[in-house]
Ligand binder design. Structure first.
Ligand code: HEM
Length: 236
C-alpha cells in the first residue's frame, strides 16, 4: 500500500511536470514565428544567406580524378630543386615557375593563395627585421607576434581567412610577410600584375582557378604508374 501510494504521488508529480512542460512549450512556440522579424527587420534572412554564401565561396574548378600515389617518398633534394624558396628574388620566382611551364602572370596569380594560411616566424623574420621595403607598424606588430620564433603568423595580415585580393593590396602597402611575397611588388616586372589583381578580385579568382587546374595536371601518375597507398603517409 505504502508503495502504491508513493508511486501514485510520483505519477501525479510526473503529470504535473509534464503539464507544466507542455504549457511552457506552448508559450515558447507561440513566441516563435517564421516571420518574427517581418516588420522589425524584413531583409534579415536574405542578409544572413548572402553573408553565409560569401563566407563559403572558395574559387572552384573541376579536378580531373584518377591520379595515383607515388611509389617512393620525396627526397630533400627533390623538394629543394622543385619547391621555390621564400628567399628567392622576383627573377628566381619567375624562373622557378617557368621551369614548370608557368608564365610570370600565372606565378603571381598562384602566389595569391597566400591570402589564407600562416607561416612560421623563422621563415620570414630576416625580412621583417632587416628589409627596408616594409610598413613600420606591420613590422612592429609582426615582431611582437614573433617573440617566440616558432609562432605562426597569417600570410595575409588584412583578411587571413577570406579568399580575396587583400594579399595584393598588402603588397602595395609593403605588408608582404615573406620576402618572396614582397618581391612581387618591389619595382620589378610583376608590379603591374600585382596592381591589377589588387583592384580586380574577379580577374584574380578566375586566373587563380585556371592556374590551379594547370598545376594539378603536372605529370600526375595514372593507369598502372605509381600505386594506391594503403597508408597515405608512406609507400606500400
Ligand atoms: C611563389 C612561390 C612560393 C613560395 C616561396 C612559398 C613559400 C611559402 C612558405 C615559406 C610558407 C610558410 C610555411 C611555413 O612556415 O610552415 C607558405 C605557406 C603557404 N603556401 Fe606558399 N609559397 C609559394 C607559392 C605557393 C603556391 C603556388 C601555393 C598554392 C597555390 C601556396 C600555398 C600556400 C599555403 C596555403 C600556405 C599556408 C599553409 C598553412 O597555413 O599551413 N604557396 N608558402
Amino acid at each position: 500500500m505504502a508503495s502504491f501510494k508513493s508511486s501514485s504521488s510520483t505519477i501525479t508529480t510526473f503529470k504535473f511536470h509534464l503539464g507544466a512542460f507542455l504549457l511552457l512549450v506552448g508559450v515558447a512556440s507561440a513566441q516563435l514565428a517564421s516571420n518574427f522579424y517581418g516588420t522589425s527587420c524584413p531583409s534579415v534572412l536574405s542578409v544572413i544567406k548572402s553573408a553565409v554564401n560569401s563566407a563559403l565561396r572558395g574559387p572552384s574548378w573541376q579536378v580531373p580524378l584518377g591520379r595515383r600515389d607515388s611509389a617512393t617518398a620525396g627526397s630533400v633534394s627533390d623538394v629543394n630543386s622543385n619547391i621555390p624558396s621564400p628567399a628567392l628574388n622576383v627573377s628566381g620566382l619567375i624562373s622557378a615557375f617557368s621551369n614548370k611551364g608557368f608564365t610570370a602572370k600565372e606565378m603571381v596569380a598562384l602566389s595569391g593563395s597566400h591570402t589564407i594560411g600562416q607561416a612560421r616566424c623563422t621563415t620570414f623574420l630576416t625580412r621583417i627585421n632587416s628589409e627596408t621595403n616594409i610598413d613600420s607598424s606591420f613590422k612592429t606588430s609582426t615582431q611582437a607576434q614573433c617573440q617566440n620564433t616558432n609562432n605562426f603568423v597569417p600570410l595575409d595580415v588584412t583578411s587571413p581567412t577570406s579568399f580575396d585580393s587583400a594579399y595584393y593590396r598588402n603588397l602595395l602597402n609593403q605588408k608582404g610577410l615573406l620576402h618572396s611575397d614582397q618581391q612581387l611588388f618591389s619595382g620589378g616586372s610583376t608590379d603591374a600584375q600585382v596592381r591589377a589583381y589588387s583592384s580586380n578580385q574577379g580577374a584574380f579568382r578566375a586566373d587563380f582557378a585556371n592556374a590551379m587546374k594547370k598545376m594539378g595536371n603536372l605529370s600526375p601518375l595514372t593507369g598502372t604508374n605509381g600505386q594506391i597507398r594503403t597508408n597515405c603517409r608512406k609507400a606500400n
